[in-house]
Design a protein around this ligand. Structure first.
Ligand SMILES: Nc1ncnc2c1ncn2[C@@H]1O[C@H](COP(=O)(O)OP(=O)(O)OP(=O)(O)O)[C@@H](O)[C@H]1O
Ligand SMILES: [Mg+2]
Length: 348
């Protein structure tokens, strides 16, 4: 009996198809998989060599005939076939081989075009999904952060991922105002690489830059300044060089992409109807996604907007958790419902 019900439950899965990380949520079980969205391909044979964690270790370290790619850079499917294989691999790894193909809900950035939406749905279908539903990232993030998005009450969510920052004001189960910009974690890494090159004349790779960001990345003054040693290549001598970089320098290095995100947040606030703005002033802004973990991001947003801001608990898994909770409502929706807001409009 138990096995039968488990079997049934596991037919609905939610995928947070992130540019940096893919998380898979199986109904009744929770998050069962969290791996980098990286695929290693043998270019001689076009064969996929590995996906996820193992492929990530190859990034920037591959011999001529192997490339390790991130097929979802910038939040959209830039390499369709590779994305398809990646989805297939993750579905199989998360669920094993299933007798009934699963119903799959996939989380997409809110700025995605219809053509890109179609590509996601097609990829999921080809990867073995029986039915595919799409949910917008800020909506999933808000549900995952525990906000009551169905109430007649405005909530504002800022999800800063690897490829995109999605900002949305939600009320009555719908997105009222939103903005999606392609400035997020990847741009932070690039900004750090540029800063180190300009200031120290040292070249560092993307993964090193990401490592620095995760350890001492900051957008606001740290009460105790932190620093890390970084190994790179001196651009004049071409030899390895070790430099020490501090959290204070991070604020300077990250200024450009952070300002762009703050501008986008302010733009959404300006476009928010006054009643909902009143609600948001009361409820505060909630930040989710890996990028929101930079030290002091919530304090900076509070300072710039005058609205109390907090980083959600489980900021990185919020979207997957929200996508998972959404699975409980699939029976009420039509396949391909592009987002909860439209789906609700159809029902009302
Ligand atoms: N502690 C941390 N401090 C700063 N940045 C972090 C931290 N942990 C993770 N990140 C960054 O967060 C980003 C990944 O976040 P997340 O998993 O939310 O993105 P994603 O969902 O894959 O991307 P997207 O939503 O744009 O498709 C990466 O750029 C990663 O470097
Ligand atoms: Mg995301």
């Amino acid at each position: 009996m138990n096995r039968v019900s488990n079997f049934r439950l596991s037919r609905n899965i939610g995928i947070d198809l992130g540019t940096a990380t893919v998380l898979v949520y199986v109904q009744g079980k929770g998050i069962v998989l969290e791996e980098p969205s990286v695929v290693a391909i043998d270019t001689d044979t076009d064969r996929i060599l590995s996906v996820g964690k193992r492929a990530q270790q190859m990034l920037g370290r591959t011999p001529g005939n192997i490339v390790a790619v991130r097929p979802l850079r910038d939040g959209v499917i830039s390499q369709y076939e590779v994305t398809l294989k990646m989805i297939q691999y993750f579905i199989e790894k998360a669920c094993g081989r299933m007798f009934f193909p699963p119903r799959v809900t996939i989380c997409i950035p809110s700025g995605i075009t219809e053509v890109e939406e179609r590509a996601v749905v097609d990829a999921a279908r080809e990867a073995g999904a029986q039915k595919t539903y799409l949910i917008e990232e800020p909506m999933a993030a808000a549900i995952g952060a525990g906000l009551d998005i169905y109430a007649p009450n405005g909530n504002m969510v800022v999800d800063i991922g690897g490829g995109t920052t999605d900002i949305a004001v939600l009320s009555l189960g719908g997105v009222v105002v939103s903005e999606s910009i392609k400035i997020a974690g990847d741009r932070f890494d690039e900004a750090i690489m540029r800063y180190v090159r300009r200031k120290y004349n040292v070249l560092i790779g993307e993964r090193t830059a990401e490592g620095i960001k995760k350890r001492i990345g900051a957008v606001y003054d740290h009460p105790e300044e932190q620093s890390v040693q970084v190994k790179g290549r001196c651009m004049t001598q071409g030899l390895p060089k070790v430099i020490t970089i501090s959290s204070k320098e991070m604020i300077e290095a990250l200024a450009e992409p952070i300002t762009a995100i703050l501008d986008a947040i302010c733009l959404v606030i300006e476009r928010t109807p006054p009643e909902l703005l009143g609600d948001i002033l009361r409820n505060g802004i909630v930040m989710t996604g890996g990028g929101s973990l930079l030290y002091g991001f919530d304090q900076l947003v509070t300072k710039v907007t005058g609205i109390q801001t907090r980083v959600a608990k489980d900021a990185v898994s919020c979207v997957a958790i929200g996508t998972g909770k959404f699975l409980d409502h699939l029976d009420m929706l039509q396949e391909g419902s592009i987002n909860l807001s439209k789906a609700r409009k159809e029902r009302l």
